[in-house]
Design a protein around this ligand. Structure first.
Ligand SMILES: Nc1ncnc2c1ncn2[C@@H]1O[C@H](COP(=O)(O)OP(=O)(O)OP(=O)(O)O)[C@@H](O)[C@H]1O
Length: 218
């Protein structure tokens, strides 16, 4: 599903921040990406999201090499990914329904399809009753579940989460992980960047560890 083959990312100012990184995530696999601050986790996620391009090596997503993607093909490839952030990145002046609908509105789906898929997505994260509320009226855990519903509403085969439990207590973090595991069961690949070693140790998923830009365990 997602392959990194000898990927190096060099910044002019800081040198090689990812060094010869190779790994392969299978369809339906869930993996943590961890490592010290500055190890290169965000850079790796930016390469997947096509925000940055590799200096050397190749990234293959769902059979497409990301190396030679033209600017106008980027939106098409991003639709294969759902992004989840530590600070949720919800629009505060829009309802829960509108926040989750956003990816579908952007791709020009019909009102009927949008309503159906938003409700299905909110149902999956247990927030069907809150669709008319605004994000600030919700708890942190609920806001993150809105972020997750938005990420999965167009059924992407890959979910990328950057410190998704960073603002949540252990109990809510466990709930969020249970949600990720439910997506994994339907064949979605999930990559989670996290510093939360307690959570990582407790769950028996694959761990990719970066150390000064090098992958040291896979
Ligand atoms: N746009 C950039 N230009 C130059 N150097 C950069 C750029 N982005 C990141 N770096 C450098 O790359 C290295 C890796 O940074 P990155 O943000 O990927 O680490 P990280 O593992 O995500 O860290 P953290 O856990 O603190 O978020 C750092 O030394 C950083 O200064």
């Amino acid at each position: 599903m997602l392959k990194f083959e000898h990927v190096t990312k060099r910044y002019h100012e800081t040198g090689d921040v990812l060094k010869d990184v190779t790994f392969h995530l299978q369809r339906g696999e869930i993996a943590f990406l961890t490592g010290h601050s500055g190890a290169g986790k965000s850079t790796l996620l930016k390469l997947i999201a096509l925000i940055e391009r590799p200096t050397r090596g190749q990234i293959i997503l769902d059979g497409h090499s990301l190396n030679h993607i033209k600017e106008n093909q980027i939106p098409y490839l991003r639709r294969k990914m759902g992004f989840i952030f530590q600070d949720y990145k919800l629009l505060q002046d829009r309802t829960v329904f509108d926040n989750v609908a956003l990816p579908l509105v952007i791709t020009g789906q019909s009102h009927h399809d949008i309503a159906r898929r938003v409700r299905a997505s909110l149902d999956k994260v247990g927030l069907l009753g809150k669709e008319r509320q605004y994000p600030l009226a919700l708890s942190g855990g609920e806001q993150q579940r809105v972020g997750i519903a938005r990420a999965v509403v167009n059924k992407p085969p890959l979910i990328i989460a950057d410190e998704p439990t960073g603002n949540l207590d252990p109990e809510l973090s466990a709930e969020i992980m249970t949600l990720f595991e439910s997506f994994q069961q339907v064949g979605v690949t999930v990559l989670i960047a996290s510093h939360d070693l307690f959570l990582i140790k407790k769950l028996n998923h694959r761990v990719l560890t970066l150390d000064h830009g090098q992958l040291i365990a896979s």
